[in-house]
Ligand binder design. Structure first.
Ligand code: ADP
Length: 194
């Protein structure tokens, strides 16, 4: 029974990830998708949100499971009984970093193999970070992510903007209050002097 782990941040899941997932699901008995809890990058979505979005995107694939994880990827691979890790490789950006990670993982867990699938031509230049950047600038991304993901992104952007404007408002109020206090104490000391 070949069981593999496809780990990543999936912030959010894109058609590029889904292409790798469906190709891996055709090759292996079971694909576990590991949604990494705390990658060293700025996240737009929480772990629960990222996991939920991946779950919804793969519900038509019976041999695919989705699980969030913390800590070392190879340890999680052992925990879920995976014999290999699956990674997607884009021509432009991934090779060096993936090679580095593969060597480190091999050092940590020589028994766990790595299977790299080349990104399909149409997804070579697709990344979650670019999707987020383009989207935050008002660009069209609906053909790059599943429908429920673009809906979640729209909702998230609204919340981010509202929180931003609330923070701005409260910062302005704090400044105004501080100015008021300074003026009052200046008036008070002028009264005392005079
Ligand atoms: P990123 O933030 O780089 O989009 P993740 O950490 O979510 O990526 O990626 C998980 C895995 O999916 C990695 O192996 C990454 O190289 C791969 N991947 C990401 N985007 C694509 C894509 N467009 N095509 C193929 N593989 C991809």
């Amino acid at each position: 029974m070949a069981r593999v782990l496809y780990p990543g941040s999936f912030d959010p899941v894109t058609h590029g990830h889904l292409d790798i997932i469906s190709r891996a699901a055709a090759l292996f008995d079971t694909v576990v998708i590991g949604v990494y809890d705390a990658p060293p990058k700025h996240l737009l979505f929480t772990t629960d949100e990222r996991t939920g979005m991946v779950e919804q995107a793969v519900k038509h694939l019976p041999n695919v499971e989705v699980k969030p994880y913390v800590g070392l990827t190879v340890e999680f691979a052992r925990k879920v009984g995976a014999q290999a890790l699956v990674r997607g490789l884009r021509m432009s950006s991934d090779f060096e970093r993936e090679f580095e990670m593969a060597m480190m993982n091999k050092n940590l867990a020589p028994d766990i193999e790595l299977v790299s699938l080349m990104a399909s031509l149409e997804y070579q230049f697709l990344s979650s970070s670019l999707v987020k950047e383009v989207f935050s600038l008002g660009g069209y991304i609906d053909n790059l992510v599943p429908k429920h993901v673009s809906a979640a992104m729209k909702k998230k952007l609204r919340v981010v903007k509202e929180v931003g404007s609330l923070e701005k408002r409260s910062a302005q109020e704090t400044l105004r209050e501080r100015e008021k206090l300074i003026n009052e104490s200046a008036r008070e000391s002028a009264r005392k002097k005079g």
